[in-house]
Ligand binder design. Structure first.
Ligand code: KMT
Ligand code: NI
Length: 181
C-alpha cells in the first residue's frame, strides 16, 4: 500500500496520477480509514482476517473480480460506476487477494487522496466518506468484500441531498474530532 495526493490532472483514471506527495497511514486513520496487511501467502493471515471480521461484526462476504475477463461486456460500464464519487451508509471493507487498484478518498479539505492497494491489503472506509475506485493499467483486481449485518449497501452519489444524509453528517462530526479511538 502507498498513499499519496492525486495530481488532479485530467486523463485516464487508471494511470497513477501520483503527485509525489506521500501520506502516512496515521493520516488515513485521522479520516477514519483503517488499513491492515494480511499477506494471503502467510499461514496466519486467514485467522487474522476472521478475527477482524468477527470483532467488527462482518457477518457476510462475497468475492469480486474486476477484470475484462471476469466481467465481460459490462466491464467498462462497471468501472465507470466504481469511479463515480459516492458514499455508503455502511463501512466499505475490501481485502485484496490478488491484483492491484486505486481507492481514492476525500480528505478534510476535499482533496483526493489515492490509496494504491495490493495483495494482502485490507482497507476499511468509514460510512459517509466520499470515495471512488479504479483498477490500474493491469485491469485486474480480486478481492473479498465484507458486509455488516443488514448491509445498507446502496451507493449515494455526491450531490446536495447526499450532504444532508445522517451518515454523512455523522462522518463529518467524527472527522472534525479526528476520529478518537
Ligand atoms: C467498489 O465498491 O468500488 C468495488 O467493489 C470495487 C472493487 S473492490 C476491489
Ligand atoms: Ni463505494
Amino acid at each position: 500500500m502507498r498513499t499519496f495526493y492525486h495530481d488532479n490532472k485530467p486523463g485516464d483514471c487508471r494511470l497513477a496520477h501520483d503527485s509525489g506527495e506521500e501520506l502516512s497511514t496515521e493520516h488515513l486513520n485521522s479520516l477514519g480509514v483503517l488499513y491492515y496487511n494480511f499477506p494471503p501467502s502467510s499461514p496466519k493471515s486467514s485467522a487474522q482476517v476472521e478475527d477482524l471480521a468477527k470483532a467488527r461484526k462482518y457477518a457476510n462476504r462475497d468475492e469480486i473480480t474486476v477484470s475484462p475477463g471476469a466481467m465481460g461486456p459490462v466491464y467498462e460500464e462497471k468501472i465507470k460506476m466504481f469511479y463515480d464519487e459516492h458514499m455508503h451508509e455502511d463501512e466499505e471493507i475490501r481485502y485484496i487477494l490478488k491484483g492491484t487498484g486505486y481507492f481514492d478518498v476525500r480528505d478534510a479539505e476535499d482533496k483526493w487522496i489515492r490509496i494504491q492497494a495490493e495483495e494482502g491489503d485490507l482497507l476499511i472506509l468509514p460510512a459517509g466518506i466520499y470515495h471512488r475506485f479504479t483498477v490500474d493499467e493491469e485491469n485486474y483486481i480480486n478481492a473479498l468484500r465484507f458486509f455488516q449485518d443488514e448491509p445498507k449497501w446502496a451507493a449515494l452519489n455526491r450531490r446536495e441531498e447526499t450532504e444532508a444524509n445522517t451518515h454523512r453528517q455523522h462522518y463529518i462530526s467524527m472527522r472534525d474530532k479526528g476520529f478518537p479511538a
